[in-house]
Design a binder for this molecule. Structure first.
Ligand code: SF4
Ligand code: ZN
Ligand code: ZN
Length: 311
């Protein structure tokens, strides 16, 4: 098997592009796809301060690696969710990653800020763990970005994630979500940071290959709370289609962005964001969902301070 660029020994095969690459040309391909995503979708410039939401998983660490290699100003934020050993291990991987590359990693801890981890919060609020977790992460990443002067929040969502979300939204005809699904979520409130997904042109397998070739250590196990997530079922279905017809995922998602999304634009209207009476973050009701969650666990408000581990 030969690299299609240099005819040297190929290490990576990409059926969806009908291509094979040696390690160097695969890296070149990977950087090229991220740069294309950033430019095509006008995600950010070299003048912007970018915050990368890191979890210890491969996608977010790969994204951070690529952004700093391309010369962008990108810092990381890890949120310790207090999920026993899983959180300890994933935090350590993020710290080691940042230390080895002299990058700036901010740390927030739910047990420190809220007095408990996701399990305890879920019990007190009677919400499923992933629902509390999603709400808390969205809130903290957004508020932290603003309070610490980041212009953009970048997440490691890849093509598999986006295609699975699109399949789920289509299966249930979630027209509001369909109208908003995009690699770029612009800020539409004074207290809302712009959010971007620079890996949307690359698959999970490609991110794993990049991590392997660049010796990026990441947490291999799934979060113990992730049981029976429907997104995994959609991913498996898409993997089956992809195996039989390479390129299906990109045709589905990129095709949607190019040709399908506009048909759902009418579903976007009507949601006026206001500022939360307590914390001033965007909300559609007087007190935002995060402040309501705080009330349920007996807290009034929280202050964010970065426990940075750097250089
Ligand atoms: Fe949070 Fe659920 Fe993801 Fe675990 S699986 S990190 S609890 S959203
Ligand atoms: Zn080559
Ligand atoms: Zn609030």
């Amino acid at each position: 098997m030969k690299c299609i660029k240099c005819r040297g020994k190929a290490q990576i095969k990409l059926p969806r592009h009908n291509a094979r690459f040696c390690a160097d040309h695969f890296r070149e391909f990977f950087y090229g796809q991220v740069e294309k995503a950033i430019k095509k979708e006008k995600m950010f410039s070299f003048n912007d301060k970018i915050l990368v939401a890191v979890s210890g998983g491969k996608d977010s660490l790969v994204l951070w690696e690529v952004l700093q290699r391309l010369g962008y100003h990108a810092d990381g934020l890890y949120i310790d969710l207090g999920i026993s050993d899983y959180s300890l291990r994933s935090k350590k991987l993020c710290e080691d990653f940042a230390y080895k590359r002299s990058l700036n990693l901010h740390l927030l801890s739910l047990p420190d800020m809220l007095g408990m981890g996701i399990k305890g919060i879920s019990r007190k609020t009677r919400r499923p763990p992933c629902s509390s977790c999603g709400l808390i992460k969205r809130y903290l990443f957004n508020r932290f970005s603003l309070e610490f002067s980041y212009q953009v929040l970048a997440t490691g969502h890849n093509l598999d994630d986006e295609a699975a979300t699109l399949l789920g939204n289509t299966m249930h005809w979630q027209t509001g979500y369909l109208s908003r699904q995009s690699p770029v979520m612009p800020s539409n409130h004074l207290s809302m940071v712009k959010k971007v997904k620079p890996l949307y042109r690359l698959t999970e397998k490609e991110a794993a290959s990049f991590a392997f070739l660049n010796e990026i250590d990441y947490i291999l196990e799934e979060c113990p709370m992730a049981t029976g997530a429907s997104s995994l079922i959609y991913k498996n279905a898409l993997n089956y289609l992809e195996q039989n017809s390479p390129g299906t995922k990109q045709q589905f998602y990129w095709g949607y962005l190019k040709k399908g999304k506009e048909y759902f634009s009418h579903a976007e209207n009507g949601i006026d964001l206001i500022s939360c009476a307590k914390c001033h973050q965007p909300t559609v009701v007087e007190t935002c969902a995060f402040c309501q969650l705080l009330e349920k666990i007996g807290l009034e408000k929280i202050t964010l301070s970065s426990n940075s581990s750097t250089i």
